[in-house]
Design a binder for this molecule. Sequence first.
Ligand code: GLC
Length: 742
Amino acid sequence: MTTTSQPATNKSAKPTDQNDTIERLLAAMSLEEKIGQMSLAQPGEGPPEKTLGPLIRSGKIGAIINVVDPQTIRELQRMASEESPHGIPLLVGRDVIHGFKTVMPIPLGQAATWNPQVIQEGAARAAEEAASVGINWTYAPMMDIARDPRWGRIAESFGEDVYLSCELAAAMVKGFQTGGLDSPTSVAACAKHFVGYGAAESGRDYATTNISEHELHNVYLPPFKAAVEAGVASVMTSFSDLDGIPATAHESLLRGLLREQWSFEGIVVSDWHSIPELCTHGFSGDEADAAIQSVRAGVDLEMASETYNANLPEAVASGAVSEALIDESVRRLLQLKMDLGLFADPYLRSTDQATGPQGEAKETCYQAAVESLVLLKNDNKTLPLSNDRKPKVAVIGPLAEAGYEQLGTWIFDGDPSQSISALAAIRDHLKDGGEVLYDRALETSRSRDSEGIERAGQLASQADVIVLCLGEESILSGEAHSRANIDLPGAQVELVHKMRELGKPVVAVIMAGRPLTLSNVIDQLDAVIYAWHPGTMGGTAIADVLFGQVAPSGKLPVTFPRAVGQIPIYYNAKNTGKPPTPELVTYIDDIPVEAPQTSLGMSAFHLDVDHRPLFVFGHGLSYTEFSYQNMTLSRSVIHPGESIDIRVDLANIGDRDATEIAQLYVRDPVASLTRPVRELKGFQRIQVAAGSTQTIEFRLHTDALKFYKQGQGWIIEPGLFEIWVGGDSNASLHATFEVVDG
Ligand code: GLC
């Protein structure tokens, strides 16, 4: 049974001896030494012992980033512990976003698994590998709600949905912090980027965000609250300005909401140079101002810039900043180091060898990869391919043999030599019979030379079936890599059309860091598997699904637009006063000249594109069919504070066992604020044997029906509620119940 209530906030009291140590250190430290603890530095050019050593010895920094050699980290920790003024060990940070050496699918791909358990496991494996070199802090999970696939960082997100992002962010936090912060195989997690970064205008990274208070609380903040409730050790501020106030200096959100209302006790770290960037925003007059505004807002640690060291001593001396405020930040930083076990043993994590891709890590990465694959289309049951017939398979495209690219964005430490490519795995599947013909056709996903397409066409004409490996290289998404046109880049569309002309079954496996607009190829393809960037074990996962060893179970965590002009397009949208009717189709070509001025469809649509997405949130096919019947509710009327149990019969009406992700959606059709037409409020992964039926149950608490309203906080309003259960956000099995007061 899936419940939808969130775990209670769990605040642990700190042992007095820890407090004593911290207070003793604070009393002994000079103001400059305290401010040094509030600074994080990168190694820059040259050996870190030379570039960071002097800063550590003089107590000018308390944290480092982007040092990964185990011996170097050990030496820097030794310097901090033995040669700095108070022997305070270092926070050692790294972007371990979806794996360290062994790489999981990108977070957007992990979200397509709808499997908190495998995500938690993957984060735990990543923490183990990272901690083995001495890293004790990662800058993940990123939980920015992302409704704009032009935005390159959608790749790092869990997609567009609040509930799914809450569940998966909490799972990843728990995974990184497995065994507690003082475990030698855990790392401190970091909820980022607080807050609203994904709403950047036109999907341009770092661009302005304008988010209403209602959207902020109902959409963008909940995943951060879930992370805080899961015990996340740190929060990172966003680069972006939020309705005119840069997140890094947003005192009411950082102090007012995060610390006072949510009782967050961990540390807040700026993003890279986001403090001096307050001047670029035009929010601070100079770096002294920026430093003062940031520390007042509650930023404990400055990442990679030096405004705190350079300006806070004077700010305290002038009274612009109280030393009590500095002490508050330093207390939190020392507490995190204490929690990480660093005072007890600075070398707790620095084993002598880096944990490379281990069997266990690879197994988890494989499970996540195979569950992340989304079967978007499968006409005429083109898939699964059959080994038995020993087919001649043409593997064509620039991403078939792309061990580095398939790792995806943010993999500084990934080991591409460990990657299993789609080509290698398909060859392995056919090693006992059948044949693989291969041509990459295009040098890169962006290539426009079509002579390779001709050559590939010649080769593919000899095959029984064509498997196209298309998409984007990893660098075409991620930070600072947004795209205004999200079609398949280069001459890939031409390649698809060429393959279609050969009159053979054409399957596409698409690797990308975002939803791509596929309208110009989807009808040319018999089957499409969306693989995101599937990580180290991506090829094995792809081949196992292609040949039916595993049935695909992935579901879209994000809507796929037909055209970039539809963006933002997401399922949990408002109804508006003129919603397009389902049957409305575009007819721009049918409009006569001198057409009289009319209001046309009298609804919220575009003249030149179907108003529906190409694929809806939650979509994903299998190699079998599922049907949802007989929804029953435990009650038809409930009071605030109570729950309702929803039961549904889920039948596997096909001929093979498979896993389905059943989804529960809710609507509050009439409220004092307009509410989304549907909202995900529960999901379950269920393995259902062919021909059998299982009764699944959801428990829905009225807390899940609350919404935030300015001036009133989180409220539930009595009235009718609608629910749907099904295999995607278009679920049709429907029922209603009522919430009554008193
Ligand atoms: C960045 C990113 C942030 C990352 C940090 C450290 O610019 O915005 O997500 O964790 O720098 O690399």
